[in-house]
Design a protein around this ligand. Structure first.
Ligand code: SAM
Length: 236
């Protein structure tokens, strides 16, 4: 993933300095639906977050993959892939949270959008997904939206690193911590990043006023870049 290109597109599409300004017209259900890329299904994203995924997926180069942890009913997955070039897609989820998500619902939704055959899905705890058998292509874009406890968030960064492309873009969802969001997305991620011998950077913190903010970035998103350092040459 070309991070410099992503930043240019991001700045242009989201109006740079105004990227975090609330657009309260989008709190109106009808207005929101009119812009939704897959309005026939529920999910946990605002229009801006949906566009962010869609734009970023469009920038994944050939030979690199998209990997999503925490699919719920598939709305973020479909939002990322829709109208975009075909790329390898890995996803993992275990439907352990919320009563209304299941493998059948996810598969029905993906089928309706003609995407079922394009997604390699692991129905298991996300920690089981970081294997060379499952993640066979380097990950150019990684979206973590699974469990948000501290340990999971920390491991969600630590474990993915070997599978990332040499340059990769990472979104960590539910970045916001507050009375209505007990998410440790930010603290777990910031704990893992400095332990790496490679270069991680926090590019943007995209905020929300509350969990489910349709006029901003839903519950906040952390946007990170990853750059693999070449192994050090030892002179003898
Ligand atoms: C916030 S929802 C994802 C929302 C979805 N990305 C969207 O935008 O519509 C989190 C999902 O992660 C799943 N999940 C939670 N803990 C998990 C774990 N340890 N392993 C795999 N999936 C998990 C939940 O069951 C749920 O489907």
């Amino acid at each position: 993933m070309d991070i410099a290109a992503f930043r240019r597109h991001f700045w242009h599409v989201f109006n740079g300095p105004k990227r975090n300004a609330p657009v309260d017209a989008l709190l109106d259900h009808k207005a929101h639906l009119s812009l939704d890329l897959c309005p026939d299904m529920p999910g946990m994203l605002s229009i801006r977050k949906q566009r962010l995924l869609n734009l970023s997926f469009s920038l994944i180069p050939e030979g690199q993959a998209y990997f999503e942890v925490g699919t719920y009913m598939g709305k973020s997955l479909i939002s990322a892939m829709i109208h975009n070039p075909v790329r390898t897609v890995y996803a993992a989820g275990n439907f352990s949270e919320f009563d209304d998500n299941s493998l059948e619902t996810l598969q029905e939704n993906l089928s309706r959008y003609g995407m079922l055959h394009r997604v390699q899905f692991l129905n298991a705890d996300f920690q089981k997904s970081y294997t060379p058998e499952f993640l066979r292509e380097p990950i150019g874009l990684y979206f973590y939206d699974g469990a948000h406890d501290l340990e999971s968030q920390y491991l969600g960064i630590k474990r993915v690193e070997p599978y990332l492309a040499d340059e990769a873009l990472i979104f960590v969802d539910d970045w916001r911590h507050g009375p209505d969001s007990l998410s440790h997305a930010k603290s777990g991620t910031l704990q893992a990043m400095p332990e790496s011998t490679h270069q991680w950077k926090l590019l943007y913190e995209l905020p929300a006023r509350y969990n489910g903010d349709l006029g901003m970035w839903w519950n906040g998103v952390g946007v990170l870049s990853f750059q693999r350092e070449a192994p050090m040459q030892v002179a003898i």
